[in-house]
Design a protein. Structure first.
Length: 216
């Protein structure tokens, strides 16, 4: 006999982890997300289904739900749950996916920015710029950082393309000093730090970034 939770097999949880507790009870389904959001499904003592969205798993989140949807028809449960997940997680999920891509890239190439294979980085950046994903600014920034450190003057054009021909969020993430430094041979001047200083700054940034990922 099929379990009751099989009816939710086609739900897109947008990166959340779903816990199926008991059919038609006060606690039925709990969907948890890395950022602390919880979507809770249950049946109250008046036989009314409740889907509650909590911004955090603490007393403050419980006291001030982001949304509570109530209905009596069991057949609406599947679609109502999917609607609320899309409403509250669609944009966040895209961000999480791009953060995952950034973490995977950092895990693959590490913090030895000078010795990464510049050719591979050029290919990845060129491909990403054909159709930048929503919320991909950190991923593109990391590719540009790798290319700045491992590449040469000829790579300034590709980094410039990433900074000035994509969206404003991506452009703001890419340091103009990287372009100037590539073009002037890495020499410090009144407006640009030396190449070594810029590389040290990049490494420090991504050491902190790795620490933040470990705490999330």
């Amino acid at each position: 006999m099929a379990q009751w939770d099989n009816e939710f097999n086609d739900i897109d949880f947008y990166g959340g982890e779903a816990f199926f507790i008991m059919d038609d009870s006060q606690d039925m389904i709990e969907v948890r997300y890395r950022d602390g959001m919880i979507i809770d499904v249950g049946l109250d003592s008046d036989n009314i289904y409740n889907i509650t969205v909590l911004g955090s798993d603490d007393s403050e989140g419980t006291a001030s739900p982001l949304c509570v949807v109530k209905f009596t028809e069991r057949e609406k449960l599947h679609d109502k749950l999917q609607e609320l997940i899309v409403r509250f997680r669609e944009g966040i999920h895209e961000h999480d996916e791009n953060e995952s891509h950034t973490a995977e890239l950092l895990d693959k190439y590490g913090l030895d920015f000078i010795n990464v294979p510049a050719g591979e980085i050029r290919e990845l950046l060129t491909e990403e710029l054909k159709s930048p994903a929503e919320g991909s600014s950190e991923y593109i920034r990391l590719l540009c950082a790798y290319l700045f450190c491992a590449g040469g003057k000829e790579d300034a054009e590709l980094i410039r393309k990433a900074k000035y021909t994509t969206n404003m969020d991506i452009g703001a993430m890419i340091d103009k000093e990287w372009l100037t430094s590539l073009e002037n041979g890495g020499i410090a001047d009144d407006e640009t730090r030396s190449r070594d200083e810029l590389i040290a700054d990049i490494v420090m940034y991504y050491m902190d970034y790795e620490d933040r990922l470990q705490w999330d």
